[in-house]
Write a protein that binds this ligand. Structure first.
Ligand code: ZN
Length: 379
């Protein structure tokens, strides 16, 4: 059995959006209240232990009596807010992260629903039933075929709704092809494969540069104007000073900027998804170089997607030590790292001749083949 998570955009109707906002608000309220309780307890009695998830859930019952409107929210979502808080405290005590902080509406617009008693159900290729929401429409994406564990609903800065469905699925292995590939995460192309294929780098941001620039300008101008207006209200002691929410044009610009950033990110991710699916379908073993920190920042998404797809489909990803891969000759195996070439010059060399056996080598193709051999040697 493997756990699969699938993220897709949903299109809730007006009523559903209201209920979503309500649940976002309630889970945030519960998190903040519980956090506050913990802090106050410690203030009164520094010896007091932080309560665990079970105790917090008992407190939740009392909180619901005190604030009856919490009962309108999805109940498993409130419990998972508690669980997250307990986890956050645990990680804090282990020194893994900072003290949990209060959540503001600006950042936290999500909640997690647990599967209980068929409250989450796939209806057909375009509809899913979610707790307290009913049937919600989605345009594209394939839900995992398996036992649904939970669903996270999220509202992004671009005012779009997404769900991430986590399901326990049967291990579906793809048929073995008997083929292996070495790959090099390049500078000029996203990925060079040992079969000669080069995945191009698309500059998706170029497509939206003009529009993005236009909205970014409006965004910063309107932000300043709104801030000035708010300051004016406070200075003149207006009874109900305006908030950033009240400036519709500013909000529109903010959403537009987020929308274009989201579009660019979606297209980038789409390219990675298609590429990695192709790789696991075509090859049984894929060998890549182990990335350094700089490469990790740039390419870690490709590697991590490829890793989980290999796990899902019974294929293998091997990462090898990258040293000298471009200087070892694929034909005779000689390591030519002492070649009389300084590093900056070597980066420009596209083709070279092996001093040992005389083979004429294409730098990229030779390197990916060496990577493949290194991987196959240690598999
Ligand atoms: Zn050679």
């Amino acid at each position: 059995m493997v756990l699969k998570a699938v993220k897709m955009r949903i299109y809730p109707n007006f009523g559903q959006r209201d209920r979503l906002m309500q649940t976002f608000g309630c889970t945030r309220f519960v998190w903040n209240q519980m956090l506050n309780t913990q802090i106050e307890r410690r203030k009164n009695n520094p010896e007091a232990k932080f309560v665990n998830a079970f105790d917090i859930n008992n407190l939740l019952k009392r909180l619901k009596e005190e604030y009856p409107w919490l009962k309108q929210a999805e109940s498993t979502a409130l419990q998972s807010a508690n669980r997250n808080l307990a986890d956050a405290f645990q990680r804090f005590f282990k020194g893994q992260n900072k003290f949990p902080h209060f959540k503001s509406r600006k950042y936290a617009q999500s909640y997690n629903s647990k599967y209980v008693n068929h409250n989450i159900k796939v209806i057909d290729d375009h509809h899913i039933k979610l707790p307290k929401l009913g049937v919600v429409y989605f345009r594209s994406g394939r839900l995992p075929q398996g036992k649904i564990k939970n669903v996270t609903v999220r509202l992004t800065a671009a005012n779009q709704y997404y769900i991430t469905v986590l399901a326990e699925c049967e291990n579906q292995t793809l048929p073995k092809t008997g083929k292996y590939a070495g790959g090099d995460l390049g500078l000029k192309s996203l990925l060079n494969l040992s079969d000669g294929y080069k995945e191009p780098i698309h500059h998706f941001e170029d497509k939206y540069r003009k529009k993005l620039h236009h909205w970014e300008k409006l965004h910063s101008r309107r932000y300043l104007l709104a801030k000035q207006a708010i300051a004016w209200d406070y200075h003149n002691k207006v009874s109900a000073p305006r908030q950033l929410d009240d400036f519709k044009n500013y909000q529109k610009a903010r959403v537009m900027v987020a929308k274009y950033h989201q579009k660019i990110a979606n297209q980038r991710l789409d390219q990675l998804q298609k590429l990695t699916t192709k790789l696991v379908k075509q090859y049984d073993i894929i060998v890549l170089e182990k990335l350094n920190i700089k490469g990790m920042l740039k390419n870690h998404k490709l590697v991590s997607i490829l890793q989980y797809k290999c796990d899902w489909y019974g294929k293998k990803l091997i990462q090898v030590n990258p040293s000298y891969t471009s200087q070892i000759c694929i034909n005779c195996g000689q390591n030519n790292h002492r070649l009389d070439l300084n590093k900056s010059k070597w980066l420009d060399v596209r083709e070279w001749d092996c001093p040992n056996c005389g083979s004429h080598l294409d730098r990229d193709i030779n390197a990916v083949k060496v990577i493949l051999n290194k991987g196959l040697a240690i598999q």
